[in-house]
Design a protein around this ligand. Structure first.
Ligand SMILES: [Zn+2]
Ligand SMILES: [Zn+2]
Length: 303
């Protein structure tokens, strides 16, 4: 899609080859809408059905996962499954992938339509090393329109800094959602995150994104602010976050608190896939990610 690098599910767009803000505001919406509506027109000719909405598809995906879980529990209990049951399991996985593909298309449309209807609610930031938290704010979110060589979507990751210094733009990279799959469905595809001429159009009502990365870190240091934030985050334990989906099961992850933690807020919480036996998780290990989580739940971040 032209100069769109990726779309984050909660409504931000990563744009490449952007040199001025003007260029973005003038061209971007018209081009995106045009590209998407052409694509939809082609699809609708082939299958003349109304575009299903994301919420309904998400319910279908959950139901498929429930059926799958029953079989997986049976296998865990009995040690094996009949051939027909194994075939059923394969069929369910295929159904889930098909549904997830539908979901991505519907979600892309939803995000774009929302931006077209309410351009005042969005603003564009240019990404550089002082703005890394803007990217971090979107970590873990489902990513649309960014494809791996194998055709599957990708998600954003970053390397860890053992000295816990602030992240740099070139610490980030894209990774195939098949990265953690087993055997024949696994794909270890990764791509570097471009660090040149990158813009991010994001919601304008997030106070944390108006600060620099260093300012955000400093403002989150006082103990009293951290205590309040911990109390607020805890209110949402065991609740789903629909912006963050398991890369394998495509269901919303659920907030959990670590059993042993050092009482530091960026080491306490994580989101985990609720699917039976699934190990996938996203740690909330930065002020920006905690802010994003609270913002999605309460409409207000950490400050
Ligand atoms: Zn791949
Ligand atoms: Zn999962």
């Amino acid at each position: 899609m032209g100069f769109i690098e990726a779309i984050f599910g909660a409504g931000a767009i990563v744009m490449k080859a952007i040199r001025t803000v003007n260029q973005v505001t003038k061209n971007y919406i018209a081009r995106v809408v045009n590209e998407i509506s052409q694509e939809r027109a082609k699809e609708n000719q082939a299958t003349p059905i109304p575009t299903p909405i994301t919420v309904n598809i998400q319910i279908d995906i959950k139901n498929i996962n429930l059926e799958e879980t029953e079989l997986e529990k049976k296998r865990a209990r009995d040690g094996l499954l009949k051939r027909t049951e194994l075939e059923k399991l394969q069929e369910l996985k295929k159904q889930r992938e098909d549904k997830f593909e539908q979901w991505q298309k519907a979600k892309t449309q939803e995000v774009v339509v929302e931006q077209v209807k309410n351009p005042d609610r969005y603003e564009t930031s240019f990404l550089n090393n002082d703005e890394v938290h803007i990217l971090q704010f979107h970590m873990g979110q489902v990513v649309l329109e960014k494809q791996c060589g194998c055709g599957r979507p990708m998600f954003l990751q970053h390397k860890n800094r053992p000295d816990s210094s602030l992240l740099m733009l070139n610490d980030f990279f894209w990774s195939c959602i098949g990265y953690y799959n087993h055997a024949n469905t696994q794909c270890r595809g990764t791509q570097n995150f471009s660090t040149q001429d990158i813009g991010l159009m994001h919601k304008a009502n997030v106070f944390e994104l108006k600060l620099s990365n260093a300012e955000l870190s400093q403002s989150f240091t006082p103990k009293n602010i951290q205590i309040t934030v911990v109390d607020r985050v805890r209110q949402h334990l065991k609740v789903e976050n629909s912006d963050v989906l398991c890369p394998i099961h495509h269901v919303p992850m659920v907030l959990r608190e670590k059993r042993n933690h050092s009482d530091v807020v960026i080491d306490m919480f994580y989101l985990q896939c609720p699917h039976f036996g699934c190990q996938q998780l996203v740690k909330l290990k930065s002020a920006a990610q905690i802010a994003a989580f609270l913002h999605s739940k309460e409409g207000r971040g950490i400050l």
